[in-house]
Design a protein around this ligand. Sequence first.
Ligand SMILES: [Zn+2]
Length: 405
Amino acid sequence: MSLLERFVRYVKIDTQSDADSSSVPSTQKQFDLLNLLKQELIDLGVKEIRLDPTGNLYATIPANSKTSSPSIGLMAHVDTASEMSGKNVKPNIVKNYDGKIISLNAQDQTFLDPKVFPSLKKHKGKTLVTTDGRTLLGADDKAGIAIIMSFIDHLKAHPEILHGPIQIGFTSDEEIGRGVVHFDPKLFKADFAYTLDGGAIEEINYENFNASSAVVTVQGKAIHPGSAKDQMINSQTIAAAFHLALPKDLRPETTDGYQGFIHLTQSSGGVEKTELRYIIRHHDINELKKQEKIMVDLTTSMNQNLKQKLIHIDIKSSYLNMAPEIKKKPEGLNRALKAYQTLGLNVKAVPIRGGTDGANLTYKGVPTPNLATGGENYHGKYEFLVVEDAELMVKVLAEIVRIKV
Ligand SMILES: [Zn+2]
């Protein structure tokens, strides 16, 4: 089966996770793909497979050489993002792409336009897989899964590639931040690993945000508006003032690259009480702490001006930047960079403005940088996969695991 055939097969299975569900995994339908992958691994002759009820699939491909070599892990997640439906995905294959506008859905007037997405121009002549404009595609992260499965197939067809033990990990619920909560590094048995969960082919990621969240609660005083004079405290007015007092140059829509932000994700409430939910992000942990302090100081000063403690703030840490840990144990990163070099491919390290399963796994003791899949425009209807780039990643993986004699 070709990588393209695998990919099309996987994206047709709805595996959307659900942040509002407390079950593990959050949706049972993620097992539809996990069970299929388990069967495909059996069909590929993989002997050591374990599918946990938590939605984690572990498999081991034993070493085929006596030369000692580290145990290398490869990971991808089965679930898709909640921003857009992953049901009834109808992948559209564009062969020998002409570099022009692709009509995703003529009826809805949905187009993939190189003017809007300039990277499309680089893919002229290649095979693209797009959506029909009504769902996401699910290249995030089924492209990663297709690459790993094709890689296992590739190793089977090329026994001359000598390698150490290879550990496979397919996880669920990555998109809702629970990807490695129940993932067991002891069962995974990797010395270091890679998530195949990145974007464009020329990028590698080993830096991500440090992340925390803040809940700001404002207590008001609700009174009939007819007799409210000098009595009512409208918590919404105070909440609005709080938000507008935060630095405007620290918002996601005004920042890029290594700049951090404070982002209001949700606000709710009424006169009596208002709640503001924020996420706080920065690649540098000290800068993250400074941003947290801006919010705490604002709370204090506003309460002083109000002469009452009406504003309360609660800050929690979410995840950390993996970079300091990767720098301490750089073997996996260096191996990947060398593999690209050997294949004559240019790769650049791009800081992720988000987190990955690999970041959490890194802090569980398995350094896990993130590799590309050849997919772009994740989490929406403009998502697409460049098939030749995904195929190239199979070669990159083969080079990473290869024992040089
Ligand atoms: Zn992903």
